[in-house]
Design a protein around this ligand. Structure first.
Ligand SMILES: [Zn+2]
Length: 644
């Protein structure tokens, strides 16, 4: 009886395996066709446990998870790794292959019911800036190797000036085939510019904020099928990298996807460095939901310090979209229309978590439409569902606690850290922004204690700051400068390398002055100074830090620098009437190299004696002696010698 049981079980297993192989074989052919023609395949499969996502999210680009069904993208590089998992899958039509209406420029006025060609997109962005120069500025975040540009429009009342206003960022379509946000953000730019001065809400937003909108963050992906159509779009960029998996991740490090940072990623990282964005969002398609931090952790693992604020802001976005959308809109992922990212499914390397964790910004990921590449004639419907939510989200940057932080003595703006006590964690604290010194801290209604601090200043804590939702509390802060405390380090203090980088580690208020005495008669007034010593010896170094308000401090480190510099090689000039050839002999340490120029130039010989070619004119050679200590080369400089 037992033998029979085993036999039946084995038979059943073989049958299941055969079915799976047969099913995967036909799907594999389809997948390979997509990979060959398009470089990217879209497919779905089932999992038995949510924990499988944690492994798969590192292999392929997971796009949606519902119950235990997963939708995902893969490319030629990572699809073989997915196949190794032996999971049956079904290949789906690629969303970017949807045939959609492109704008016919003979139609005249833009109706936002078609997609622009790439060149029309550039023209539109330029047209906004040209038509509304008082509230618009066009900027190029980057020119990609393809020649496509990451264009961005700044909308504010004085676009050329830094003002006491929060900076806000919207970027659309970082996944090239999720095109809804692309056109809706073009329309949002149009809405803000055309209604400025007539619509009080728009006028208030534009007057009091600096809004940056990049409708198309992945032009290479969207126009993968050619610059004249978005049909043929792919999710990834032109190098088949998912741009929303390519950022440093708070949990898994600098390169969570194993790829180098793409030009698009580097561009946005630099752009974030050069601005102080208070809030931002990136938009997607394939679902309709507001997805708030974190993406790399579930809410059970780690919540954002402002989790309750995130739920409040996301609920406002979703409720407004639900109220203005058709039945079921913003309910396909959760019944509420919003979710913590990791609770939906964990991803790493997303821009949302990067902006929150590394840039002290509040960014969420907004999925706008279950269809990725929406038909052109449906785009106006989506505008109707969403534009109020877009405005609500922008306006949240104006609320919470804000103010300007200055030096109590000079009145100058300073960059200071603003920490909400017993609240901030994981980079949720914010900094004031130069040159104005303004800070903006959106926060859920409550009563808070906030500490303001900056190097060289007496920290200041304000307690009992009570904030209501959708309201603003202003707390300007003057920090008192502390007397400077001078200190410094150097990149090396001994050895034979004469160029030394000195770095002030002083605690000193902004605007303090610095005076270095390097002990060899030379000095510098830079805060951090690179100094080159010309001879061996022992040198005492002095740094004096002076502040007009809070006093001076000086530190002297006796015999701090001890250098043993190599000696330069020498050779004796030889003369004769030519044409003639010579042997020139040099003396020096280590290996002697002969060059035909004082820097760069050609290496003509190595060794102590050089027999020149036949010379017909006065010729100069330059010598270099190279000595090697612990594997490194040191250069003692070149000495010229003359032969005729
Ligand atoms: Zn997406």
């Amino acid at each position: 009886m037992r033998k029979l049981y085993v036999f039946i079980l084995l038979f059943a297993c073989l049958f299941a395996l055969n079915t799976s192989i047969a099913q995967n074989k036909s799907e594999l052919i389809k997948a390979n066709n997509y990979l060959a023609q398009k470089g990217e395949v879209y497919f779905s499969f089932n999992i038995s446990s949510p924990s499988e996502i944690l492994i798969l999210t590192n292999i392929i680009s997971i796009d949606n998870v519902k119950n235990k069904k997963v939708w995902a993208y893969a490319n030629r590089k990572n699809f073989p790794k997915f196949l190794e998992q032996n999971i049956p899958f079904e290949v789906l039509s690629h969303p970017g292959d949807a045939v959609v209406d492109m704008w016919d420029n003979t139609k005249g006025i833009w109706q936002f019911d078609t997609y622009p060609t790439y060149s029309e997109y550039e023209t539109m962005m330029q047209t906004f800036a040209t038509n509304y120069p008082n509230i618009c500025k066009l900027d190029t975040v980057a020119i990609l190797p393809s020649g496509h540009k990451l264009l961005i429009i700044k909308i504010t009342d004085n676009p050329g000036a830094d003002e006491n206003e929060p900076e806000f960022l919207y970027t659309g379509t970082m996944h090239g085939d999720e095109t809804t946000g692309y056109v809706l953000f073009l329309r949002l730019i149009n809405y803000l510019t055309t209604n400025y001065g007539t619509d009080s809400r728009v006028t208030n937003i534009v007057n009091n904020m600096e809004i940056w909108i990049c409708p198309l963050a992945n032009p290479d992906g969207t126009y993968f099928g050619g610059d004249n159509t978005v049909t043929g779009a792919i999710r990834e960029n032109g190098s088949f990298v998912d741009l929303n998996r390519n950022y440093p991740d708070p949990r898994t490090g600098q390169h969570p996807d194993g790829n180098a940072w793409q030009p698009e990623t580097v561009a946005w990282m630099n752009f974030a460095d050069n601005h102080d964005f208070v809030m931002s969002a990136n938009t997607h398609g394939g679902a309709s939901v507001a997805n708030y931090p974190w993406d790399t952790w579930t809410s059970a693992q780690r919540t954002h310090a402002d989790d309750s604020w995130w739920q409040y802001v996301s609920k406002e976005f979703a409720d407004t979209a639900i109220a203005n959308g058709p039945v079921g809109y913003f309910k396909d992922v959760t019944s509420t229309g919003y979710t913590e990212g990791g609770d939906w499914y964990i991803i790493t390397g997303g821009r949302q978590d990067y902006m929150n964790y590394f840039k002290h910004c509040r960014e969420e990921t907004i999925e706008l439409s279950t269809t990725k590449t929406v038909a052109g004639n449906l785009l106006p419907n989506y505008w109707g569902y969403l534009y109020r939510s877009f405005l609500n989200y922008i306006e949240q940057s104006l609320y919470g606690v804000r103010g300007i932080i200055t030096d109590a003595c000079t009145g100058n703006a300073i960059k200071a850290l603003v920490t909400v006590n017993s609240h901030d964690v994981d980079s949720s604290q914010v900094y004031s922004s130069l040159p104005v010194g303004n800070y903006h801290r959106p926060i859920i209604a409550g009563t808070y204690s906030i500490t303001y601090s900056a190097t060289g200043y007496q920290p200041q804590t304000i307690t009992g700051i009570t904030v209501a939702n959708k309201s603003t509390v202003i707390r300007d802060v003057q920090l008192s400068p502390l007397p400077p405390v001078a200190s410094f380090t150097a990149d090396h203090t001994t050895g034979c390398v004469p160029d030394i980088q000195f770095t002030s580690t002083s605690q000193a208020p902004a605007g303090s002055s610095y005076l270095w005495d390097f002990g060899d008669g030379q000095s510098s007034t830079l805060q951090n100074a690179l100094h080159s010593y010309v001879s061996s010896g022992s040198y005492s170094v002095t740094l004096t830090v002076s502040n007009s308000c809070s006093g001076n401090d000086q530190i002297v480190i006796t015999n701090y620098i001890n250098l043993t510099l190599p000696t330069a090689p020498t050779a004796t000039s030889v003369q004769n009437c030519g044409p003639i050839d010579f042997t020139i002999t040099a003396t020096g340490n280590g290996t002697i190299n002969w060059y035909d120029a004082p820097s760069a130039g050609n290496l003509v010989h190595t060794g102590t004696s050089y027999h020149t070619p036949t010379l017909t004119t006065t010729t100069t050679y330059y010598l270099e002696s190279v000595t090697t200590t612990t594997g490194a080369s040191q250069y003692a400089g070149k000495v010229d010698n003359v032969g005729t």
